[in-house]
Design a binder for this molecule. Sequence first.
Ligand code: NAD
Length: 391
Amino acid sequence: LNVPDQPIIPFIEGDGIGIDITPPMVKVVDTAVEKAYGGKRKISWMEVYAGEKSTMVYDKDTWLSDETMATLKDYVISIKGPLTTPVGGGIRSLNVTLRQELDLYVCLRPIQYFTGVPSPVKHPEKTDMVIFRENTEDIYAGIEWAAGTEEVKKVINFLSDMGVRKKIRFPEASSIGIKPVSIDGSKRLIRKAIQYAIDNNRKSVTITHKGNIMKFTEGGFRDWGYQLAKEEFGAELIDGGPWCKLPNGIVIKDCIADAFLQEILLHPEDYDVVAALNLNGDYMSDALAAQVGGIGIAPGANLSDTVAMFEATHGTAPKIAGKNLANPSSLILSAEMMLRHMGWTEAADLVLNGVAKAIASKRVTGDFSSQMEGATQVGTAEFGDEIIKHM
Ligand code: NAD
């Protein structure tokens, strides 16, 4: 990636705890960049508006302006806090709109454990995975109709003509959703996962799916993944397949999604890079995040072939907003991913080490201190300063 030494990076502050966690993120990143490159490199931050703040800056109906969309597209790399999803009024989730309009087809969620973080499992340190979740297709595409509508009647007539209703129980009073899974959409996601595994010396890529039940959609995802591994990456079958191995030894395997949720609790060390369809990936990312300390420390990114938007994975946490109580780690670790994506590895390492040591010092935000023996609770801003102190 060709990033200038003085890039302009747009940021969306975010609603709710966005006002708490964004300033420490900026301070931590600026300090790390300064420490790593001594003024040779510097980020110019440019605020763009989305969510509730956008309705104040523009007008009450503008949750996501064309200007914001254009800026995010033009500047290629950006970072955002959480956004309130407007309720009612027919407005789509802002996050879904951003993902679809910018074609951010990869939802990247690294799952790593920091020593000392409270976890519900006995050996959280065994979990070290990177989830590649498809972000634009599947039952999440939102193609659905409510029971009793004209659209459903038409679909039911069509399916009756095809004889589908003779084979399964399918009452007229049904709501219907469509689950599109394309060859191209599956391959571009799995291609990114395999390339990531190669670039980062990972051991395996697991394609997760429910192909035992949904043969053409979820089964297609698995089959197209194996096909891609063979045709584009030169993978060879292991013991007659379907598992296969890249020339550099990375294993490409698959796992049924429900078994996978059991596996990550029992044998997390067997899994590394994971490719998932939209709905399965959503469940897996949150379950895995809980295993290593919860959403307060789970970073993420949404990627297209050109645009990269980094974001805290949690919501706006309205009950603690503006109170200096939120854990800023999720957004700060998203910024760490952003620095790595930019190739500013030294600054990214400083942030990562700062977070690890700040947690080890046990001066942490309330979500952690309440479950850590001997810990002292500090505010959001103070935890940011703690990270800087330990860089
Ligand atoms: P939430 O993530 O805001 O909160 C869930 C729980 O986690 C709450 O108890 C909250 O206090 C806690 N929490 C979340 N982030 C935390 C942090 N950094 N530090 C400490 N505790 C934290 O989820 P919700 O309550 O379901 O949603 C609230 C709003 O956020 C809704 O409008 C929803 O649509 C929106 N949302 C936005 C995003 C996004 O922008 N990416 C994601 C999820 C939800």
